[in-house]
Design a protein around this ligand. Structure first.
Ligand code: GLN
Length: 490
């Protein structure tokens, strides 16, 4: 499964040397998509369109090599919650079956403006709710490391798309770990920026104060480049940060010895009973190797660990219940054929259109927002969110980075978590923190579990420190300090 090209820099060099071109690249990726069809990562492949665009871009380059955009040669897939004008977007839900978008998400516009090629739409959990990509109207996606296992979720299709070398970058979304957790399960890199760094215009909403577009790829370097293209203010999203997109250039960042960092780790995350002993050991070994390289490890305490999941699920289900109220068979979404009156249109359309997990969350969210329970649940969870964010801010004032495992366990078998939603929710323990606080976070591969599956580690940084975080992890990966991970990818 070793990718033909691991970075855009390598692709652009190969194009300049006439070893490849966009048409050859697209053909390569289409071949890989066909070969990995059994994993069900793609729900739609834009075959003709990608071929035609590659041809156009090759012509543009031939006429004037300096006229092409920054993402020339980059082939991208997008999660089925991102709108692309004239293309279907279903949020992996029967509710949006056949729905075609009338406009493109800001991220799509910006990718295309810099000459990226969008090759297809990838699978995910319904409305991005889930941790396994099994809650999908398109059927489950499978992990290429072991097809009996899930790829994680909700951006499972994105992670497998990178894992199987069917594109160079996949655009996902991360509300509570949906980019980082599947990246960890599939052995690729997954990055969630600071909240508001990338416009959410054209991203189908799950929980708006948590949702953030995320980027999956092989290297933090490619991810940083994509971030510099798609980030920045947007008149269509009032929550998009006003700062200009962070600048990033390939070589300049790499010169010189990396600055030693103060890396915090929360002791309670490593002693948590839910953490797999082998993952704990691998995380500790990895942190020690950082120390050996001159970085400083700073053990810290965080007493709110057991409040993360309750706070996250109370707040996100509340937001989801209001966000999803628009799908009523009248304004948006599937309309029941069985309905005899208006009330039945609402009731039956939603009953037929939504899957079990989405219904569970709408009910939970409606409950925590209801008059009698608002203070006990919703208002309390908001207070918990504030305390959690304050503590993390304190830690990141004193330290450059916060490290923790990406997931408590390796990828489970298909069906293992769907029967037990609470167990599934608890497995998000390490990823929801970054979304509760709005800080950037990345998961990278650190090695192979004794069970033969990929294991990731997660790093977070203070708000707005997206590029610093990416440069830091890029230094690790390019130093090839992980030993054995190359073999794992192959
Ligand atoms: N697994 C988490 C959830 O189900 C995260 C999902 C996401 O980040 N979109 O809510």
């Amino acid at each position: 499964m070793s990718p033909k090209y691991r970075s855009l820099q390598a692709i652009q060099a190969a194009i300049a040397n006439r070893q490849t071109n966009c048409s050859i690249l697209v053909e390569h990726y289409l071949g890989k998509i066909a070969a990995s069809g059994h994993l069900n990562a793609y729900v739609e492949v834009f075959t003709e369109e990608a071929i035609a665009r590659a041809r156009e871009l090759d012509e543009k380059y031939r006429t004037d090599p300096s006229s092409v955009g920054r993402l020339f040669g980059m082939v991208v897939s997008i999660k089925d919650v991102i709108c692309y004008r004239g293309h279907q977007v279903n949020a992996a839900s029967k509710m949006l079956e056949g729905f075609e978008s009338l406009y493109s998400a800001t991220v799509v516009e910006r990718l295309l403006a810099e000459d990226a090629i969008i090759i297809g739409r990838v699978n995910c959990d319904e409305f991005a709710m889930g941790s396994t990509t099994e809650n999908s109207a398109h059927g489950p996606t499978r992990n290429a490391a072991d097809p009996e296992r899930v790829p994680g979720g909700s951006s499972g299709g994105s992670a497998v798309a990178i894992q199987t070398d069917t594109c160079l970058i996949s655009i996902g979304s991360d509300t509570g770990g949906s980019v980082r957790q599947p990246a960890a399960f599939c052995g690729v890199t997954g990055f969630k920026p600071t909240y508001g760094r990338i416009s959410r215009h054209g991203l189908i909403a799950y929980a708006s104060s948590f949702d953030q577009i995320g980027i999956l790829g092989h290297s933090p370097e490619d991810i940083a480049l994509v971030l510099s293209v798609i980030a920045g203010p947007d008149e269509y999203d009032a929550t998009a940060l006003p700062d200009p997109p962070p600048a990033f250039s390939f070589s300049s960042q790499k010169e010189g010895k990396p600055e030693p960092k103060r890396i915090a780790f929360i002791e309670e995350t490593l002693t948590h009973p839910g953490l797999d002993p082998a993952i704990r050991q691998m995380t500790v070994d990895y942190l020690k190797s950082l120390e050996a390289e001159g970085h400083q490890l700073v053990p810290v305490h965080f007493f709110y660990l057991d409040f993360l999941i309750p706070a996250y699920y109370v707040l996100t289900t509340a937001e989801a219940s209001t966000n999803l109220s628009r799908y009523d068979g009248v304004r948006f979404g599937h309309r029941s054929e069985q309905a005899g009156n208006v009330e039945e249109v609402f009731k039956l359309s939603r009953t037929e259109g939504f899957g079990t997990e989405v219904k569970r969350r709408i009910m939970l969210g409606t409950f925590v927002l209801s008059a009698g329970f608002y203070d006990a649940y919703y208002a309390k969870a908001q207070k918990a969110r504030r305390l959690i964010a304050q503590r993390v801010e304190e830690i990141l004032k004193d330290c450059d980075l916060l490290a923790m495992p990406a997931t408590p366990e390796v990828a489970p078998k298909l069906g293992e978590l769907t029967a037990d939603p609470v167990k599934m929710y608890l497995s998000d323990i390490y990823t929801v923190l970054a979304n509760l606080c709005g800080i950037p976070a990345i998961s990278i591969l650190i090695g192979k579990h004794p069970e033969g599956l990929p294991v990731g580690i997660q790093f977070m940084a203070g708000k707005g420190k997206d590029v610093e975080l990416l440069i830091f992890t890029e230094e690790f990966l390019s130093a090839d300090r992980q030993g054995g991970t190359e073999e794992l990818r192959n």
